[in-house]
Design a binder for this molecule. Structure first.
Ligand code: NAD
Length: 420
């Protein structure tokens, strides 16, 4: 992963809190339980000294925040970003709790971050940073305690270094981290899992709400891990038309449908999508106004806002591939305009779900086939989608509020059963 992460107009923590209250009211959650569920279980902040290639020592600040572990070990990615800070990491850790609960997988929620611009570091500096950060937080990690995964600007190689560092203290422990290279115990199907999960959720929504996926028009913001696998799968397996995609350089549009395999080869060569000859180049801003059936933000947080684009987005459904792409005020505008929003912690939960399969395979010391991974992912995410849809219908609320309500209820039940 390599995207810069835009700052939302509200902090991640504030977005999560405002959505939390709506759902907590729906299930009449007691005030003491609201307090338990909003507050993090444990926060670790560390200073990470790193010897740079020129001999100097630079010190970076790192965080690991475990939001809730009532339903199982904490689970969540580690991101390297110049704007990663306490509030962002806490907001993302909280979402992980709701995501794992909604998928009904036996994990809690956590997130980590180091405030660093990794593009400034050499590969060796990045490795030293990762190893030193792992040393400083390893006391709170472990396969039954807290299991990191990749996030923005971290990848399978970074997970391999974390595994090596952790195992050097505790013995060979592949289940201590997920999103590893397949040759080091990673799961088949993990890399495409988030995009694949988004497609499965879209297919279910399409069946229910009469927006057939086959032949329908899709616009995707972001052409990284989530966006590129989603585009590929939508065309190859669902028969949809991807009209437009974007990356940090801008977007490319073709109303007759982009040649996605060609565009993937172009992007794999490191070239911006705006230079693809099979479509018309547009700015990142113009992308939001391209008429479509499905709009999938799959790049950054806080990109759909009241001020910027919520009133001019021209689609039937927004499917949140990214984490927190829609601010709460924009969410309300979309609701008023009759545009459905499939929330992030349902739509993009494929990654953590297959991380769960990776962890299970490591504990069993057994490898699943790619087909089995896909089948189990489809079953798990479809079940979560169905529960959300049914509750939204029964209570007359948005999919987001219904998803939150289910997740809060599950975590609150676990807390009560444990004696809180
Ligand atoms: P990535 O780094 O692989 O790709 C991000 C893409 O967004 C790149 O194509 C980049 O060029 C593009 N981008 C950056 N700035 C942009 C801008 N201003 N306008 C348009 N495009 C821009 O990241 P990813 O793994 O695909 O993650 C994308 C989002 O999905 C993030 O919010 C992440 O937290 C979320 N997410 C990812 C996963 C996963 O498994 N990868 C799982 C759940 C959620």
């Amino acid at each position: 992963m390599s995207a810069p992460h835009a700052r939302a107009t509200m902090s991640g923590k504030a977005i999560v809190e405002s959505q939390f209250e709506r759902a907590a009211d729906l299930i009449n959650l007691e005030s003491y339980m609201r307090r338990i569920l909003m507050a993090p279980f444990r926060e670790v902040q560390v200073e990470v000294p790193v010897r740079m290639d020129d001999g100097r020592i630079e010190v970076f600040t790192g965080y690991r925040i475990q939001h809730n572990g009532a339903r199982g070990p904490c689970k969540g990615g580690i991101r390297y970003h110049p704007e990663a800070d306490h509030d962002e990491v806490l907001g993302l850790a909280t979402i992980m709790t709701w995501k794992t609960a909604l998928m009904d997988i036996p994990f809690g929620g956590a997130k980590g971050g180091v405030t660093v611009d990794p593009k400034r570091l050499s590969k060796l500096e990045l490795e030293r940073l990762t190893r030193r950060f792992t040393q400083r937080i390893s006391i709170v990690l472990g396969p039954y305690r807290d299991i990191p995964a990749p996030d923005v600007n971290t990848n399978a190689q970074v997970m391999a270094w974390i595994l090596d560092e952790y195992s050097s203290r505790h013995g060979y422990t592949p289940a201590a981290v997920t999103g590893k290279p397949v040759s080091l115990g990673g799961s088949l199907g993990r890399e495409e899992a988030t995009g694949r999960g988004v497609m499965y959720v879209m297919a279910e929504y399409a069946r229910d709400f009469g927006v057939p996926l086959k032949g329908s028009r899709v616009v995707i913001q972001g052409f990284g891990n989530v966006g590129s696998h989603l585009a590929r799968l939508l065309v190859a397996e669902a028969g949809a038309m991807v009209l437009a995609v974007s990356d940090v350089s801008g977007g490319v549009v073709n109303e007759a449908g982009l040649d996605v395999p060609g565009l993937l080869a172009h992007a794999a060569a490191g070239r911006p999508v705006t230079e693809w000859p099979g479509g018309r180049a547009v700015s990142n801003d113009e992308l939001w106004s391209v008429p479509c059936d499905w709009l999938v933000p799959a790049a950054l947080g806080g990109v759909i806002t009241r001020e910027h684009n919520a009133r001019r987005i021209d689609c039937k459904v927004v499917v949140e591939g990214a984490n927190e792409p829609t601010t709460p005020t924009a969410d309300r505008i979309l609701e008023e305009r009759g545009i459905a929003v499939v929330p992030d912690f349902l739509a993009n939960a494929g990654g953590v779900t297959v991380s769960y399969y990776e962890w299970s395979q490591n504990l069993q010391q057994y490898r699943w086939s790619h087909e089995r991974v896909n089948q189990e992912l489809k079953a798990t995410i479809t079940k979560a989608y169905t529960a959300v849809r049914d509750l939204a219908k029964a209570k007359g609320v948005t999919l987001r509020t219904a998803a939150y309500a289910i997740a809060l209820q599950r975590v609150a039940d676990a807390e009560r059963l444990r004696g809180n």
